[in-house]
Design a binder for this molecule. Structure first.
Ligand code: SAM
Ligand code: SF4
Length: 363
């Protein structure tokens, strides 16, 4: 969306939000009592099953998920991108051999735009915002009409030295930002294996909220809190906080890849997931007047996982159907994106029902 219309939308949303608050919770409940399949999630991820199916029928891509560098300043115990040396705490300290250069990364974004892609998910093999090329990738995506959705551990945006400048750049570009968040500070720092990480995370969120990322509809701010044994007790509180502050909660079980490739005792069982999602459904209905199907893959966000509808390209150019890595399509240096998309499209056209096939296979 052009910057000006985004400012108008933001202003309107700020006004309507104030009115809603003044009118009280009954009005808010009335306005929100629909299945979330038809309600906004976060900008870029807010599409109904019908839109997805129409897009596929036209042969178009939805998401490009393309990584930035492997370098990361955290060492999360569950990181799905730590592929080769699963236990190695130093895995993220340097780039991987043969990472895509800037020309290749920009060509990839243009190729996805030519195939109709609407969203650019920057998931990072490591931490996107410490990659010096990341901003140029986001700018390229915006210039080609793609909505950028940036996943970050919050360390750069929470830094007093560079956080504000980076956050303002992302706001100007109209990006949606998802910050990693695992509940209480002590737990968060333990999971990501960095002391002080939660403090940076909180500073990042405060700054993004000050700039208005959570004042738009759909919101441009989310948090990612992965559901597993360590985080299970904290998810309901997290959901309440998100609802109260207009943040989208990305709250899924493990991606079956990297450090969580195999089911371990750390993962939540299907029964625990079912109970948690049911509790979240009840909280939404009773406390926020939101009815939804409670289904995977995201708590309270209806049935459609749009990320499955595209291609995932790692920083070394390996192409998969999605981050679940259950379908492999060779390397982008050997085939064009158009060739790869043509190969994958029939599978999606014939089978997509809004769900998350890799997770179904995992459980
Ligand atoms: C690989 S990270 C890269 C971006 C950034 N470094 C971060 O962690 O936010 C992309 C997203 O995947 C999530 N993630 C990482 N490993 C995961 C796993 N095993 N299962 C589910 N989500 C995972 C992260 O929390 C993050 O939201
Ligand atoms: S911050 Fe992201 S990339 Fe870094 S270790 Fe954690 S999940 Fe992996």
């Amino acid at each position: 969306m052009p910057i000006l219309s985004r400012i108008i939308t933001t202003t309107f949303n700020k006004i309507s939000k104030n009115i809603t608050i003044k009118l009280g919770s009954n009005i808010r409940r009335h306005q929100m009592s629909h299945d979330l399949d038809t309600l906004p999630r976060m900008l870029g991820w807010s599409h109904s099953l019908q839109t997805c199916q129409e897009t596929l029928a036209h042969g178009e891509m939805f998401h490009l998920l393309a990584e930035t560098t492997n370098r990361c300043n955290f060492d999360c115990e569950y990181c799905f991108t730590v592929e080769e040396t699963v236990g190695d705490a130093n895995f993220h300290t340097k780039p991987l051999p043969g990472e895509l250069n800037l020309t290749e990364r920009l060509a990839l974004i243009k190729a996805a735009a030519d195939l109709g892609a609407k969203i650019y998910d920057i998931v990072g093999a490591g931490e996107p915002l410490i990659d010096p090329l990341c901003l140029q990738q986001i700018e390229c995506a915006v210039n080609h009409g793609l909505q950028p959705v940036v996943f970050t551990n919050g360390s750069v945006l929470g830094s007093p030295r560079q956080g504000r400048q980076r956050a303002e750049q992302l706001w100007e570009l109209g990006a949606t930002v998802v910050v990693k968040h695992h509940g209480p500070a002590e737990l968060h720092d333990r999971i990501v294996r960095r002391k002080g990480a939660a403090k940076l995370r909180d500073q990042a969120l405060e700054l993004l909220m000050e700039l208005g990322f959570n004042s738009t509809t759909p919101t441009q701010l989310g948090i990612d809190n992965i559901v597993y044994q360590a985080t299970l007790p904290w998810i309901p509180g997290c959901l309440r906080w998100c609802r109260e502050n207009n943040l989208h909660l990305v709250c899924s079980s493990f991606i079956p890849s990297g450090r969580t490739k195999k089911v371990t005792a750390q993962a939540a069982s299907s029964e625990e997931l079912r109970r948690l999602f049911e509790e979240c459904r009840r909280i939404d209905e009773e406390e926020f007047g939101i009815s939804h199907s409670e289904q995977m893959p995201f708590v309270g966000s209806g049935r459609t996982c749009t990320q499955y509808l595209g291609l995932y390209v790692t920083i070394r150019g390996d192409v998969y159907g999605c981050v679940g890595k259950t379908e492999s399509y060779g390397n982008i240096r050997d085939h064009t994106l158009a060739e790869i998309w043509k190969e994958r499209l029939p599978l999606l056209q014939n089978s997509f029902d809004g769900g998350c096939p890799p997770r179904h296979r995992f459980q």
